[in-house]
Design a protein around this ligand. Sequence first.
Ligand SMILES: NC(=O)c1ccc[n+]([C@@H]2O[C@H](COP(=O)([O-])OP(=O)(O)OC[C@H]3O[C@@H](n4cnc5c(N)ncnc54)[C@H](O)[C@@H]3O)[C@@H](O)[C@H]2O)c1
Length: 410
Amino acid sequence: MKKYVIVGAGNRGTWMFGVPIARNYSHVVQLAGVYDINRKRAEFLRAETGLSFPVYDSFDEMLKDAKPDVVIVTTVDCFHHEYVIKSLEAGCDVICEKPLTIDADKLNRILEAEKRTGRKVTVTFNCRFAPFYVRVKELLREGVIGKVLSVHFEWFLDTSHGADYFRRWHRQKKNSGGLLVHKSTHHFDLVNWFLEEEPEVVNAFGTRRFYGPTREKRGERCLTCAYKKECEFYLDITQGNLKKLYLDCEDADGYYRDRCVFADEIDIEDSVSVSVKYSGGAVMSYSLTAHSPYEGLKLVLNGTDGRLEVDNFHGSIGPFAGRDVRNVRLYNRRGEEIIYHIPRATGEHGGGDERILRALIEGLKEDPLGQMANSRAGAMSVIIGAAANESMKQGKSIRVRDLLNYDLFA
Ligand SMILES: NC(=O)c1ccc[n+]([C@@H]2O[C@H](COP(=O)([O-])OP(=O)(O)OC[C@H]3O[C@@H](n4cnc5c(N)ncnc54)[C@H](O)[C@@H]3O)[C@@H](O)[C@H]2O)c1
């Protein structure tokens, strides 16, 4: 039986890994320890699993004492590299939540450690396991539009989901790399996976004009805010899992889950526009908005034999709540329009979470679509966001080769 430990006992550590592993995989996996800088949250994770593995006060001690085969890294993004590298050096394989890390320097350090130690990092791109995206991948593999020449991709987060990135650690680039790394890593990975090409040149623009200090009536946090009754962004953390995971634990580390989305310290963009040129010649235009009235994506792939239009949107707020559209439309050069209706999958992240967890733990007998993401895939998605950040800073296009050391790939 393999021993797994978890570092980072927040939402993902608890609900994506700790609890489902304890419930469904205790015949193949022994959970052997958990570490978080907030011991209370680590204890909560353990209690939710119903198991009695140790809660450690130090990550190094956990590695030494529990001697895990696999380390699951689910901390705040900017610390991923520290735990990934230490785990590899201790002889463990790593399952790392997306994004693999937040900038090119940390990325190169992870790749160097992986090559040096011969251990393996897998990145949890759960979208690759969601049946909706799997179907798109299958259609592309079937060649329904021939070779893909260009991609137009818009992702829009609504003011419920989108606002959440402006309440806590994600809202500072030093923690998350901004949405272009933290969030877009999913989207860039999907395009890289669909195209089976790697990014070469990136150009980006970004602004933050919706969240941040754009409003007079604001406070430090929702819990104590004088405007909570009138603010549409009020988040109640006094109930349910938000209370248990965050409010009840905040005295240990000052992590407030409900900080004001109109705070001065927010330095990430809420609207971005990115262009990417790929190694096989494809070009992509991509945009992300974090303040839309409803949520989803519009993806267009133009190929030598036709065009695939992918719509996936769902409302969670206001009049758009309950809206649920999942269409893939093919227009080919024979003049046909073919509409694929892809049934709704149950489970978190379009059904991707439970499917990727099974694959991570039991392995895939075969992987014809290349769903498992290694460190190279993790790197290729992070590097688009990292290059986009550089592009916005320097005001010019950035060559991936100038950031990423290709000699470090194992
Ligand atoms: N694959 C997905 O769809 C998906 C969805 C959400 C989040 N994520 C990723 O999962 C990870 C965790 O996100 P979350 O939503 O659970 O966040 P969270 O804020 O709920 O949890 C983060 C945890 O990390 C702990 N932590 C902070 N600094 C630490 C440090 N230096 N050492 C150890 N622990 C530390 C915090 O105390 C907290 O318990 C992030 O990397 C995020 O990008 C992935």
